[in-house]
Design a protein around this ligand. Structure first.
Ligand SMILES: NC(=O)c1ccc[n+]([C@@H]2O[C@H](COP(=O)([O-])OP(=O)(O)OC[C@H]3O[C@@H](n4cnc5c(N)ncnc54)[C@H](O)[C@@H]3O)[C@@H](O)[C@H]2O)c1
Length: 371
């Protein structure tokens, strides 16, 4: 695989949280150049981002629709678009680029409803376009290794899953503190975030990370959500049952003072247990029955710079196979998005269905809900 790609970005303007980290992740692959963008709806911010990113004047767009039309009409138009806007606009932007024949990478949660998600998946399939959904944590070197080990039977049959994702920034929003979090507060608003804040924003990472490691999506859920007076959930306790009858507990919270961002996953199997935490993202621990614990360290473990760039490295682990898959489409080989080695629109659709089931279960006073 050696093609050099060009890509465009929607979102990721000055002060945005995740767009810059996508750009760093993509540049780590050394395979793609950012050549076009609509980085903000604010014209001044859009221009200033474009200037800093050295985008040619004629490829800075005031509107994503104009960008999709113009780029698809150019002989040297972008190969793919990276969508890093707030959740509310993912569906319309992704659909626009797909309709113009452009491959898509979009951040999570994929969109607001499972009907929208399914529509995006169907369009991508029908047009033979690749569609990545950038679930960071399932693409760390150590979680990719965890997936391989589970597939090889290293921990036997999965018997139980326990996964948590904790942050503390909502307490700043609720009670006010001098040191404000850098996490944008649009997440608290249904118009921007969708039907869920905490589960949509971070519980969805749990769902995908556990799925990519174990191959298990929840089939049924029981959920209790806490809003603490906010418009959307800020704390979630969820019991899940997979199709094979195995259970798991997913817990996510934004009221854990002192925790900025930590995802932890433990998978208990008949032959052993597998443990991983974002805090030490380069380490995977496997304890086999009767054999003690073995720690696997990813290549960057121990490098202090790597700790700063771990989000970007995970994105690189998504964008590299995504670009391989795009390159294959150019020779007529279409990767099945349900079985790709990067998280796709199919994962994103499962994620939205999970969010919907959790919200339904909570509304029904913790009734079991099918996903
Ligand atoms: N994968 C991860 O680990 C991860 C981490 C953080 C955020 N996210 C996701 O990334 C997305 C963005 O989150 P964020 O925290 O960076 O948000 P943000 O508010 O910091 O950034 C959004 C950017 O998009 C721009 N924008 C919004 N609508 C636009 C439009 N129509 N056209 C052009 N630009 C537009 C805004 O001006 C801003 O620059 C969200 O969906 C979020 O859930 C994912």
């Amino acid at each position: 695989m050696g093609k050099r790609f060009s890509y465009g970005m929607v979102g990721g303007g000055p002060g945005a949280l995740i767009g810059e980290i996508h750009r760093r992740g993509i540049s780590m692959t050394e395979r793609a150049d950012l050549v076009a963008g609509c980085f903000s709806r604010n014209e001044e911010k859009n221009r200033s981002a474009a200037q800093e990113l050295q985008i040619a004047e004629d490829r800075v767009y005031g509107d994503y629709k104009e960008m999709a039309a113009a780029e698809s009409a150019r002989a040297d138009g972008i190969d793919f678009v990276c969508i890093v806007t707030a959740n509310a606009t993912h569906y319309e932007i992704a659909k626009e680029f797909l309709m113009h024949g452009i491959h898509v990478a979009c951040d999570k949660p994929l969109c607001f409803t499972s009907a929208q998600a399914q529509e995006l998946a169907d369009i991508a399939k029908e047009k033979g376009l690749m569609f990545a959904v950038t679930y960071t944590y399932s693409a760390c070197d150590a979680t990719i290794l965890a997936r391989e080990l589970v597939r090889k039977g290293e921990i036997g049959e999965v018997m139980n899953v326990n996964a948590t994702y904790f942050q503390g920034w909502m307490l700043d929003v609720m009670y006010g503190t001098e040191e404000k979090s850098d996490i944008p507060v649009w997440r608290t608003q249904p118009s921007q975030s969708g039907i869920s804040n905490c589960v949509g924003d971070i519980g969805s990472h749990i769902e995908n990370t556990v799925y990519r490691i174990t191959g298990l999506h929840p089939a049924r859920v029981v959920a209790v959500l806490d809003k603490y007076g906010q418009p959307l959930d800020t704390n979630a306790n969820i019991l899940v049952e997979y199709a094979n009858g195995v259970h798991g507990v997913y817990s996510s919270s934004q009221v854990f003072t002192g925790e900025r961002c930590d995802l932890e996953v433990s998978v208990f199997g008949t032959e052993g247990t597998l443990e991983w935490t974002w805090r030490e993202a380069d380490r995977l621990s496997v304890t086999k029955r009767g054999q003690g614990t073995r720690h696997y360290f990813a290549p960057h473990a121990g490098d202090p710079d790597a700790a700063d760039t771990k989000h970007a490295r995970a994105f690189a682990n998504i964008y590299a196979p995504f670009m391989d898959a795009i390159e294959k489409t150019q020779s007529g080989v279409i990767t099945d998005l349900a079985a790709a080695d990067f998280p796709t629109v199919v994962d994103g659709t499962a994620g939205v269905k999970f969010i919907e089931a959790v919200v339904r279960s909570d509304a029904a006073h913790a009734a079991w809900e099918e996903v």
